[in-house]
Design a binder for this molecule. Structure first.
Ligand code: SF4
Length: 232
């Protein structure tokens, strides 16, 4: 699949200009590489199909919780063909603890049906096709494309990426979609996939939503967030 032509970066918002200096961005990326050199996707999976389902289940739920339910789910329904034929109550019972289980069961069954009926049983490899799958919005599509197919068509902006990108003043807008656009403008495309994984790990281990552990953060000297709990 062709990688889309890179757009010319637009001029960043006035309030971010100083913080988006190439040297500063490079220093942040270096710091993330040092802290999280070998990051991988935290959702356990053995195939694009399993990652797609796990990502749908991860909405409003922790990856740890998703990883607790998917082994049994995939044992019972290992393929899109089998999941398409599952009963909704069976699916709901298996994924109940991930929350919103009525909707999620419908989504993963709908995803299975779509993949069987329109994509020959294989998870498609383009953003345009992936976002037609029930339950798979742009974020889910970006996760699958980046992790399984090495395609960087966007930056995955989950709750951790959204929060930390703003704390580090790499973005300032107020929706994940807008923050993704800001990050795509300032980050080299070959960093889009790793950057998301690194920020997700940073959010879990250090830059907590309620109480960031700034004294342990190797980006502390580059961060001027008002949420900081410690300053050198
Ligand atoms: S210094 Fe604190 S607020 Fe800033 S990125 Fe590090 S942990 Fe997060």
């Amino acid at each position: 699949m062709k990688t889309p032509a890179k757009k010319q970066p637009k001029t960043p918002a006035k309030s971010l200009r100083g913080t988006l200096a190439p040297d500063r961005i490079a220093a942040i990326l270096r710091g993330l590489d040092e802290a999280y050199p070998n990051v991988v996707c935290a959702l356990t999976h053995r195939s694009p199909w399993e990652l797609l389902v796990a990502t749908i289940l991860s909405a409003q739920c922790t990856d740890v919780r998703v990883n607790m339910v998917t082994p049994e789910l995939f044992k019972r329904f290992p393929t899109p063909q089998k999941m398409m034929l599952a009963s909704l109550p069976d699916l709901e019972a298996l994924i109940r603890t991930t929350g919103f289980f009525h909707n999620k069961a419908k989504s993963i069954q709908g995803a299975a049906r779509k993949i069987v009926e329109e994509f020959h049983g294989q998870v498609p490899q383009t953003l345009a096709e992936l976002i037609t799958i029930p339950g798979a919005a742009r974020k889910t599509a970006n996760v699958v494309l980046g992790v399984c197919f090495g395609e960087a068509e966007g930056v995955v902006v989950d709750t951790h990426v959204f929060r930390i990108a703003r704390r580090l003043a790499l973005a300032k807008r107020d929706t994940p979609q807008k923050v993704e656009q800001e990050l795509m403008r300032i980050l080299p495309q070959d960093r889009w996939i790793a950057f998301s994984h690194q920020l997700i790990h940073h959010g879990r281990q250090v830059c907590d939503a309620r109480k960031p552990r700034c004294a342990q953060c190797n980006l502390e000297q580059l961060c001027t967030s008002k949420d900081k709990t410690w300053s050198s």
